[in-house]
Design a binder for this molecule. Structure first.
Ligand code: AHG
Ligand code: MN
Ligand code: MN
Length: 298
């Protein structure tokens, strides 16, 4: 099942086509590249490989006019113009390898993709589709668009030519009864109001935290619950980046019937100022996000 918008379909065709290649390239790319990215984080060889493969694939798509990545300082012109006009192209923002510090410890990782109908940096409300690949024991791709949220299993075709995709869930929604929570950062670095919220959530839900947003969010999507990378005392804007982490994940969770917040309102309403800007991110079942906003909101 593909998205009805041809550019969105082409973007996720490209994501699915590269997923087995990215996965296959990881064993030899667990080492540091010696570089730092725009967020000041050290870049692994796997981050660069995924970035190049996806960058080449997206810039070759006619309807993609610009492209930005965690691993690139600035947006790449892919033949623009980007905007809301009928002939205007979309802008694509990606986290090529999310949770890449898990490469060394061999834990889950992902790729995050947002497709915007506006020049970058853009608001989450300008997303026309978003999704992610989860490199877990199985490679899955979750895509949210105007039709809803679906999960596909992506495998290399048995003859080695291209990929096989099968939809395992055509209309994903968060379970009504939440089960799991996962919060990033160190407890002493959490503001007192978030610490109190976390303490209350602990009584009701089970901890599931793996250190890759995509893996942790996929647990919330599957079992219901709440994921947060909160505002920290040492970093009031948190850790995650708005354009290629928070907005796409918030779009997926909201399309699946959940809610997102930066602490005061939906992530999708956060005003974008820069391509690499950070934001606190809270996503999950609506009741848990309402409680969060009551606890930490101004
Ligand atoms: P990335 O590997 O793309 O830089 O993202 C890592 C992010 C995210 O995946 C995760 O939620 C968070 O960092 C984990 O941070 P901690 O190690 O501080 O828990
Ligand atoms: Mn990331
Ligand atoms: Mn990354």
């Amino acid at each position: 099942m593909a998205s009805s918008d041809p550019t969105v379909a082409a973007v996720f065709d490209a994501v699915a086509a590269t997923a087995p290649e990215i996965r296959a390239a990881l064993p030899g790319r667990r080492v540091e590249s010696g570089m730092e990215n725009a967020s000041g984080e050290s870049v692994l060889a796997g981050d660069l490989y995924a970035d190049e493969l996806l960058g080449d694939a997206f810039t070759a798509i006619d309807g993609v006019g610009s492209f930005v990545s965690e691993e690139r300082e600035e947006a790449v012109d892919a033949g623009g113009p980007v905007g809301g006009g009928p002939d205007d192209a979309y802008a694509v923002a990606i986290d090529p390898l999310d949770g890449s510090s898990n490469l060394r410890s061999n834990n889950a990782m992902g790729t995050v993709v947002g497709v915007y109908d506006a020049p970058l940096p853009a608001r989450g409300r300008d997303l026309v589709a978003a999704g992610y690949v989860l490199y877990g024991p199985i490679t899955t791709m979750v895509v949210a668009d105007e039709a809803g949220v679906r999960e596909e299993v992506v495998e290399r075709a048995p003859d080695g030519d291209g990929v096989e995709r099968s939809v395992v869930e055509g209309d994903l929604t968060l379970p009504a009864t939440p089960t799991v929570y996962g919060f990033g950062g160190r407890v002493p670095d959490w503001p007192a109001d978030f610490r109190a919220y976390a303490r209350a959530v602990e009584d009701d839900l089970k901890l599931r935290y793996g250190g890759a947003m995509v893996g942790d969010v996929n647990q919330v999507l599957t079992y219901g619950g709440v994921f947060a990378y909160p505002a920290l005392r040492s970093a009031p804007e948190g850790k995650l980046r708005l354009q290629f982490e928070a907005n796409p994940i918030a779009y997926v969770i909201e399309r699946a019937g959940g809610a997102s917040s930066d602490g005061t309102g939906s992530i999708l309403d956060v005003e974008p100022e820069a391509v690499h800007q950070r934001t606190p991110l809270y996503v999950g079942n609506e009741a848990l996000i309402d409680r969060l906003e009551a606890a930490v909101g101004d």
